[in-house]
Design a protein around this ligand. Sequence first.
Ligand code: FMN
Length: 301
Amino acid sequence: MNLSVKVGDLYLKTPIICASGTFGLADELKDLVDYSAIGAVVSKTITLKPQAGNPPPRIYELPAGVINSIGLENPGIDLFIKEKLKKFVSLPTKHIVSVGGFEDKEYIICVEKLESFNKIDAFEINLSCPNIKLKKLISCDAKHTLKLLRSLRKLTKKPIIAKITAEVTDIVEIAKAIYDAGADAVSLVNTFFALAINIETKKTYLGNVYGGYSGLAIKPIALYKVWKIAKNIDIPIIGGGGIKEAKDAIEFILAGAVAISLGTINLTEPNKAVEILEGMKDYMKRKNIKDIKNLRGGLIV
Ligand SMILES: Cc1cc2nc3c(=O)[nH]c(=O)nc-3n(C[C@H](O)[C@H](O)[C@H](O)COP(=O)(O)O)c2cc1C
């Protein structure tokens, strides 16, 4: 049975990717995790300058998910390269570095600084963080998405994955811009802008007032957006949002995703990929599917 996949030119031994911001900055989880089930890990998003992140509390659990306002806390590109990168690329799986920024030139400088490291297998360009002060998320603007990704495309031959928000009416327009820019794949969804209010204090549960919502509740919305892109644009999709078990992962593959990403689940069960991969194999066996690519986009409508 074959569960390996190719995301553009990026070969993954399994279709399971651990999502940015939920799997540490470098190798913090290495003693808790069996990497044989994990096709790739994505680093916490790295920015040009160090980011202290938002005031606490930064994370709050809700009945069907989690709201967070971490705010891209990270040591900045130079310290990441100096102190974290070696550990990150030593993990026995593929390594995707997530790059973010407040201006286009910050993304450009970060990619330039990282480009020469052979063990970085791909870049994920975070165009969708809800927790930093921006007028508009880049991935809400097709023209801006196209312009930035075109500039980055000129700087690197490594695969470029665009991480986008689902909070747009026309997600196909955004995916088309990513395709037109020559990026290799699209990754969705990021978290959704959200608010959780404590009626006793009349305040919200987060120090930054609002945050990004993830986990179980967002799965049907994420699935719809993945399906919508898969139907319309010929670009590999990394799909995720609320995946907790094999059944969820299979739904994303049926909707058209090439690979799937685990986010919030890592916060409580960082080794969940093992169980999810086994569950996917059981399903494929039961349905007599020998190669996961024969499952992709198999939704019957
Ligand atoms: C605590 C936390 C921190 C996150 N940090 C990042 C980040 O730095 N960069 C990024 O692209 N996405 C970040 N995300 C979004 C996740 O990578 C993922 O796209 C999102 O949570 C949806 O998937 P899920 O429902 O499986 O969690 C973060 C999510 C959480 C819960």
